[in-house]
Write a protein that binds this ligand. Structure first.
Ligand SMILES: Nc1nc2c(ncn2[C@@H]2O[C@H](COP(=O)(O)OP(=O)(O)O)[C@@H](O)[C@H]2O)c(=O)[nH]1
Ligand SMILES: [Mg+2]
Length: 401
């Protein structure tokens, strides 16, 4: 190898070392990039419990945090939102526009769906519609709070249909069950307004079912539609009840008329109606007590409230019985008592997002003939939605995800 050869080989070495250095630098830069990407991704993920980042949920920070003045059984409900896998508003995503979206039955009815899903799946897997299939169906309906009477009626209708249509496959049978359920649940759910303002809507029901919360949610909805709302703190049993209503009123921009603790509920409602009349308000949402200070009968009191509410300007167009869906068949007993005392125009079924099994909807509609007009699917302002029979049944039949 001559001088040229030596020079060539050192030039070659030089180029090779340069390449090696460049490779090392590129490697380090790439590693840094990966680390940065991981850190960024981690920072985006952390605040969203559950890891989903879709901006579909309404901004929770705006939802009223209602003062919890029921020290009784509802403490357990505080965590319901996180139980059902909801996300908080602080999802950490920047620049997204969060438009309030009504929660869907499919998302919120997870537990209700759970009571049916196993049975439905096992029926789908059978090869024929045997007596056992019918028994399993009946058992599932009863287990889901539908009640023996309504379950039998429903299945009798389905049996007739299966026979006349010559249905032989279990999955077609389930389609029939589904459409029969929808048919039975479809009812007029409109909330009516009176010809002369103000429109008065009364909420009745036992303690803790969600009357005050429902008024808050309704107020939020009505104000959002451009209506002026007056809330009547007719639950004078505890001062805290009026506080709770005042908070909802303040947040949605409704006037709250309250009386003295232990005062006469009828007179508070009367004052609220008079105020609404003179202020030209559109709707009065009246809260009532689920129990009383005096021994006087709650039902008597409600009759009086109704009479007094109708006395002044405007008129009562809705008397809504608020029922807690998690109380199952017990809710029916309450419903019967209230139906006797007040001319109920509809039911608001709350806490359908909780441990409710859902079947109670059928029981109410078929035993009482009173339509479920609204359902509560959570504790927040936007969690009150019109009852949609089709969506409800679809949610019960949806396969687990
Ligand atoms: N998860 C859930 N909780 C609800 C719903 N409606 C009301 N609640 C809760 O039930 C509890 C009792 O509600 P409240 O309105 O005070 O009942 P009231 O005594 O009938 O006025 C409160 O903690 C509410 O936040 C609902 O649809 N879903
Ligand atoms: Mg209340």
């Amino acid at each position: 190898m001559g001088v040229v050869g030596v020079l060539r080989s050192s030039a070659y070495d030089f180029v090779m070392s340069l390449l090696a250095i460049l490779l090392i630098v590129a490697g380090v830069l790439a590693a840094l990039g990966v680390v940065a990407a991981v850190v960024l991704a981690f920072r985006r993920q952390t605040p969203a419990i559950g890891g989903r980042l879709e901006p579909m949920e309404p901004p929770r920070s705006k939802a009223p945090k209602v003062e919890r003045n029921d020290t009784s059984s509802d403490t357990a409900l505080v965590d319901t939102a996180s139980d059902i896998g909801e996300e908080s508003a602080e999802s950490g995503a920047v620049g997204e526009v969060l438009t309030p979206v009504a929660p869907s039955f499919r998302d919120r009815l997870r537990r209700a769906r759970g009571t049916f899903s196993g049975t439905f799946a096992s029926i789908r897997g059978r090869s024929a519609i045997t007596e056992e299939v019918w028994e399993d169906l009946e058992e599932a309906l009863i287990r889901a709070d539908v009640g023996i009477g309504p379950a039998t009626e429903l299945l009798t209708a389905v049996r007739a249909r299966v026979k006349s249509a010559g249905i032989t496959s279990p999955s077609e049978l389930l389609e029939e069950v589904k459409s029969e359920m929808i048919t039975r649940l479809v009812a007029p759910i409109d909330l009516r307004f009176s010809a002369e303002s103000p429109t008065i809507w009364l909420m009745v029901g036992v303690n803790g079912v969600g009357k005050t919360t429902t008024i808050g949610k309704l107020g939020h909805r009505l104000v959002g539609e451009g209506k002026t709302v007056v809330m009547a703190a007719g639950d004078t049993f505890r001062a805290a009840a009026a506080e709770q209503l005042a908070m909802w009123g303040e947040r949605c921009g409704a006037t709250v008329i309250r009386g003295a603790e232990g005062g006469d509920p009828s007179s508070v409602i009367f004052d609220a109606v008079a105020h609404a009349g003179s202020a030209g308000a559109d709707v009065v949402l009246a809260d009532t007590a689920g129990r009383l200070h005096t021994k006087s009968n709650l039902m008597e009191e409600l009759r009086k409230v109704r009479r007094v509410a109708d006395k002044g300007v405007g008129s009562v167009t809705e008397v809504l019985l608020v029922l807690d869906a998690t109380t199952g068949q017990n809710g029916l007993t309450q419903a019967r008592e209230f139906a006797e005392a007040a001319d109920l125009t509809g039911v608001v079924l709350t806490k359908l997002d909780g441990s409710a099994k859902g079947g109670i909807v059928f029981a109410i509609q078929s035993s009482l003939g009173i339509p479920v007009k609204l359902v509560g699917l959570g504790e927040h302002a936007e969690d009150l939605v019109p009852f949609d029979a089709e969506q409800f049944v679809e949610a019960l039949f949806a396969e687990e995800d």
